[in-house]
Design a binder for this molecule. Structure first.
Ligand code: URA
Length: 252
């Protein structure tokens, strides 16, 4: 689906809930800082004290794609928790190694376990529309989860499972070194912010984790169940979008 089709689909959803303050990107060109999501990157590296301790990369590696591939291979071999025994495929996450925005969900579901790709089921389709509404394409961002293997019967990941996968997540963050991280739902928010408060207390503002900016919002699965919360989620996404630095001007 192209950007404007995705945008229009999301706009229709928003409109169906009488949301009238969204920018009408469909009527005008997508802002250049949005479209250039793959072409420029902040030189700043993630320096959260935890990332420095727990992640191998204090600076983003020169070859980010190779670093991500290396992490994915380690995930494929991981048997650190019981989820490994029940998985069909690992789901390390996918997207641009140079993404300026990175999304973190909770855990793979049935469709993700079957395909090996994050967010490809119903929640994934809504996430695609949310990303499209921001003027982005899925291929321009990076999408991953707190845990990389499907929990049985789609139950929530347990604390020790999230902890076992955490080093992988931190290394993915350090490798991509995005300008903004969007935490989708309570599990991602807890894992990224190491905070036990309710999601409602954490969303709607910017959290500094080292040099990384984190915006928490509702999980797409929750938004499917509670469409009235899409309005608040859209506010969070606009906040995340506003944190992208303006694109570097091309040199003559
Ligand atoms: N699919 C994912 O990959 N992650 C989620 O959190 C939900 C669905």
């Amino acid at each position: 689906m192209d950007i404007s089709a995705a945008l229009q689909a999301w706009m229709l959803e928003l409109d169906s809930f009488s949301i009238d303050m969204v920018p009408r990107f469909a009527d005008r060109p997508v802002p250049s800082q949005v479209l250039s999501v793959m072409s420029t990157h902040s030189a700043e590296s993630m320096r959260s004290s935890e990332a420095q301790q727990g992640a191998p990369f204090a600076e983003a590696p020169v070859d980010r794609a190779a670093a991500l591939q290396c992490i994915a291979q380690e995930i494929a071999a991981c048997k650190a928790c019981d989820l490994a025994a029940g998985r069909t495929r690992v789901v390390p996450g996918q997207g641009s190694a140079h993404a300026r925005m990175l999304f973190v969900g909770e855990a793979p579901g049935a469709e993700e376990d079957r395909t090996g790709d994050a967010f490809v089921g119903e929640a994934g389709q809504l996430l695609t529309r949310m990303i499209g509404a921001m003027g982005l394409q899925r291929e321009q961002v990076f999408i991953t989860n707190v845990v990389k293997c499907r929990p049985p019967e789609n139950r929530d990941p347990l604390e020790h499972e999230a902890a076992a996968c955490r080093a992988f997540l931190l290394r993915q963050l350090a490798s991509v070194n995005p300008e903004v991280v969007v935490a989708l739902g309570a599990h991602a928010t807890r894992s990224l912010l190491q905070h036990d408060g309710p999601l409602s207390a954490m969303r709607g503002r910017v959290h500094d984790v080292g040099r990384m900016k984190v915006v928490a919002t509702y999980h797409p699965s929750y938004l499917i169940r509670m469409p009235s919360m899409k309005r608040a989620a859209w506010e969070d996404l606009k906040l995340a979008l506003s944190l992208l630095k303006p694109a570097a001007k091309p040199t003559a």
